[in-house]
Design a protein around this ligand. Structure first.
Ligand code: SF4
Ligand code: FES
Length: 357
């Protein structure tokens, strides 16, 4: 098949993070500080990404502000002509730091929020983060940068959805991403406590629909559904190895941010293999590209060019084989696994994310 160039790079600069969100999708085993790539290695990776065709660079983590070389990396990525987005908790963002990053070419900030009230938000973040996020949003708006607020939704904050939308408005967000939890990495171990109820999702649909109408032209709202409840899976990553790649803090190159969960996948590292080779020729990126890997029911399904068989990571996690149809799919022989999960008793015990060393 013809492989086209990637559009975006998710550069996970570090797994270190001041927050402890129970829905964290980073892997259970985080990359330690000592294993992180150096500034030189990151600038080389960014240059290679641009040569490959990447136009959007999302500097992420963990918390990218934990890297003292973040300014150099922003300079480098924007100097290559990339649109540079900072994906941050906001903790550690000060006016001088932001001013410096903007001077160096930072174009956009994506700020996470946990809930609409300080008590709930701080509980979920495992840190006193709420006020600092409000301050960070104000800095971003004062700097004239577009702001996206990202909120992961789950059983423990769905009841605040209306207030969360109002909070994003008060922060001056240009875009609000309301994403029901995706169960990868640390989030998977908290699934029974995070899974929203059917009633919560039905209520959310009405709230979101009304807000989309009311805020049209002011704040764009993206709502990511709770896929376990859906009859068909999400078109995960718009297809494997199709549009975006992820580089983990230690240089491991991933076809999707959660791909290290697929333990049968042989992953390459940009420290010892050229990024173009990894994108175009590696076993990991080729494994589920296109349709050749598909088996029934995806192989002959009329939706295979729409959802690409769903999510490989979810197929692996729930069925043990990443080449199976995403078990969320009502046509999958494994759909019963998802139904059993939905029928399982819930718990309110959340395990907060532990720190990276
Ligand atoms: Fe998508 Fe496969 Fe389900 Fe068809 S059978 S809807 S391609 S996951
Ligand atoms: Fe990895 Fe969907 S999260 S393919």
């Amino acid at each position: 098949m013809d492989v086209t160039a990637p559009l975006g790079l998710l550069a996970e600069l570090t797994h270190r993070c001041p927050l402890h969100c129970p829905y964290c999708s980073n892997p259970l085993e985080l990359v330690s500080r000592s294993a992180e790539m150096s500034t030189v290695e990151w600038t080389s990776a960014l240059s290679q990404a641009r040569e490959l065709g990447v136009l959007q660079v999302h500097l992420s983590g963990g918390e990218p502000l934990a890297r003292s070389d973040l300014p150099q990396l922003v300079t480098h990525a924007s100097g290559l002509g990339c649109y540079v987005n900072l994906v941050t908790s906001g903790l550690g963002l000060t006016e001088p730091r932001l001013h410096d990053l903007v001077e160096r070419g930072l174009a956009h900030v994506q700020l996470s929020a946990q809930a609409a009230t300080p008590e709930r938000a701080n509980l979920l973040a495992g840190a006193k983060a709420f006020d600092r996020k409000l301050a960070a949003a104000e800095l971003v708006k004062n700097a004239g940068l577009p702001l996206t607020v990202n909120v992961v939704l789950h059983r423990q904050n769905h009841d605040q959805l209306g207030e969360i939308i109002a909070l994003a408005e008060s922060m001056g967000a240009d875009r609000l991403e309301l994403a029901n939890t995706q169960y990868y990495g640390w989030a998977l171990r908290n699934r029974d406590a995070l899974m929203p109820t059917r009633a919560q999702l039905a209520a959310a649909e009405l709230v979101v629909r009304a807000a989309v109408e009311r805020l049209r032209g002011t704040m764009e709202i993206i709502y990511v559904v709770a896929d376990y409840y859906e009859p068909f899976p999400k078109p995960c990553m718009h297809g494997w190895g199709a549009r975006q790649l992820t580089i983990a803090p230690d240089g491991t190159v991933l076809p999707c941010p959660a791909a290290s969960a697929i333990t049968t996948l042989a992953l390459d590292n940009v420290r010892d293999t050229a990024l173009a080779d990894i994108w175009y020729r590696s076993e990991s990126f080729s494994a589920y590209r296109g349709e050749e890997w598909m088996r029934d029911p995806c192989r002959t399904c009329d939706r295979r060019t729409t959802d690409f068989g769903g999510c490989r990571c979810q197929a692996f996690q729930l069925t043990g084989d990443a080449a199976n149809a995403d078990p969320v799919c009502s046509r999958s022989p494994h759909r019963g696994t998802v139904d059993l999960i939905l029928a399982a008793p819930s718990t309110s015990d959340l395990v907060l994310r532990g720190p990276a060393r």
